[in-house]
Design a protein around this ligand. Sequence first.
Ligand SMILES: O=C(O)CCC(=O)C(=O)O
Ligand SMILES: [Fe+2]
Length: 213
Amino acid sequence: MEAELFPRPRTEIAPGAMHVPDWLDAARQRELLGACRDWARPPAGLRTVRTPGGGTMTARQVCLGRHWYPYGYANTVVDGDGSPVKPFPEWLGELGRQAAGTAAYECAGDYDIALVNFYDADARMGMHRDSDEKSAAPVVSLSLGDTCVFRFGNTATRTRPYTDVELRSGDLFVFGGASRLAYHGVSRVYAGTAPPELGLTGRLNITLRVSGF
Ligand SMILES: O=C(O)CCC(=O)C(=O)O
Ligand SMILES: [Fe+2]
């Protein structure tokens, strides 16, 4: 996590899965953080997600466009305050298109869903697939704040083979094509590694998806 002598290269982690370091400059990171803070406010704000087994996810979440809950989408916060989900802004769709284009993936539709996850130092996300969308368009992931270890695996199992990728503030990760349904998760967050000038304690991740509904 030290500053490198050379910029980190963009890397294809698996077929169809591209890590693009430092895609968002400092000004865009600040803008996106400001938007996340607005989205996190009630109604339909940041919430703790309960899983059907009786557990809770450690990353807290807010959704735009459609409300995700385990395991489907709704138009209202069916597992929270019941409010209508916040709208998905036009500019965020444009950002999604640009991001998918940067990673050289064709976008098969218009981005219309965002899941924003907030991780404090102890939060994680278990290995899972993003499989509740009908569209095969790539998922676009943007990271802000603390660095994390993002584990990107395969489509068959939650276990090896996988690659651990360090995602830092401003990094883009896009997974589509043969990797669209690959298992992935966040195995740890390095507390206190956010760029000080950003003013965020913890980590935010925004995934943009095409519903296909
Ligand atoms: O926080 C991350 O980098 C991944 C988030 C994720 O996998 C999801 O929201 O489905
Ligand atoms: Fe995911």
